[in-house]
Design a binder for this molecule. Structure first.
Ligand code: RIB
Length: 333
């Protein structure tokens, strides 16, 4: 593994995705015929690392795989993208993480993850890479490894910490609040808020629960320096103590949404490590997420630096991607 300081360090999951395409998702108890089955590299951590590396960030992956049929396919995207995998442990006697991904004709997916070796991303494994983590400009974490390992990684970080709490796991409050930003979709955001406040809206009025902006603001009120809420085809919200930005996504044909959120988070990390302000990084991440829904799979759908991103919507107050500030002022970078 390289000893040079890294732009982006991802501590997280590495999977092989068994991607099944089918007309529609089955009901409980129903058997359907699918169309195709393809095995691809995946895992939220690996996806984010690949997305960051393809956008030019020097990227290190810290994680674990088994020694089985799926090991090489799970690592292949990381290798192809030039991610440093020297800190990825190959654990004997356990299977590589696997995800069963079903994608219907509307591009919507369901995903079942068998963690396998991702459960072996222990605090000790993290501690073995503490210098690399400390040197990272941006550390990226998700919810597919043990919570204690997320805490261990955040504990040694000296750079910016992005926590994409997908899926939502229970982290201790002080660890979670180190996220700047916390990246969640609207469902995850409501769950995190419930964890922190006991209420899905953070307010006494139940109707506020449907208001994404209110949820993002309520999360900031819990103590996050910044919160990015991804809204699928609608773009993203960026909330901080002083501001709230709505960043719309371009309208694009949707083939497969798998891993689009990971492309977003990886792009965010890459741009932050390159020195962008947080609003500028979110603007690029929205376009990268839109690009990623255009082809099948997670990592194979991510853009490289040479790939033209979709144009930002025109309703914009701003020439880069169209951020609209509710208060007329960008949040602090
Ligand atoms: O976010 C998409 C990813 O979730 C897939 O690649 C799958 O492996 C699961 O981790």
């Amino acid at each position: 593994m390289s000893t040079e300081p890294s732009g982006v360090v991802v501590v997280g999951s590495i999977n092989a995705d068994l991607v099944v395409t089918l007309e529609r998702h089955p009901q409980p108890g129903e058997t359907l015929l699918g169309r195709t089955m393809t095995v691809m590299p995946g895992g939220k951590g690996a996806n984010q690392a690949v997305a960051a590396a393809k956008l030019g960030a020097r990227t290190v992956m810290i994680g674990a795989v088994g020694q089985d049929t799926y090991t090489e396919i799970a690592l292949s995207g990381l290798h192809d993208a030039g991610v440093d995998t020297g800190a990825v442990q190959r654990v004997a006697g356990i299977s590589t993480g696997v995800a069963i991904v079903e994608v219907d004709d509307d591009g919507e997916n369901t995903i079942v993850v068998i963690p396998g070796a991702n459960a072996e991303v222990t605090p000790e494994l993290v501690a073995a890479s503490s210098q690399v983590i400390a040197d990272a400009a941006v550390l990226v974490l998700q919810g597919e490894i043990p919570a204690a390992s997320v805490t261990a990684a955040v504990g040694v970080a000296r750079g910016r910490v992005i926590i994409n709490l997908a899926p939502v796991i229970t982290l201790d409050r002080s660890t979670l609040l180190q996220a700047d930003p916390l990246v969640v979709n609207e469902h995850e955001g409501a769950l995190v808020l419930e964890q922190l406040t006991g209420s899905a809206s953070g307010a006494s009025e139940p109707s506020v629960a449907s208001d994404h902006a209110a949820t993002a603001r309520a999360l900031v009120d819990c103590g996050f320096a910044s919160v990015v809420m991804t809204l699928g085809g609608s773009g993203a919200l960026l909330a901080s103590a002083t501001d709230l930005l709505e960043i719309p996504a371009p309208k694009v044909p949707v083939v497969d949404t798998t891993g689009a959120g990971d492309a977003f988070t990886g792009a965010l990390a890459a741009r932050l490590s390159a020195g962008d302000s947080l609003p500028d990084a979110v603007r690029v991440a929205v376009l990268v997420g839109a690009y990623a829904v255009g082809t099948e799979g997670a990592q194979p759908s991510y853009p490289s630096l040479d790939d033209p991103l979709p144009a930002a919507p025109e309703t914009t107050a701003d020439s880069l991607t169209g951020a609209r500030s509710f208060t007329g002022q960008d949040p602090a970078a």
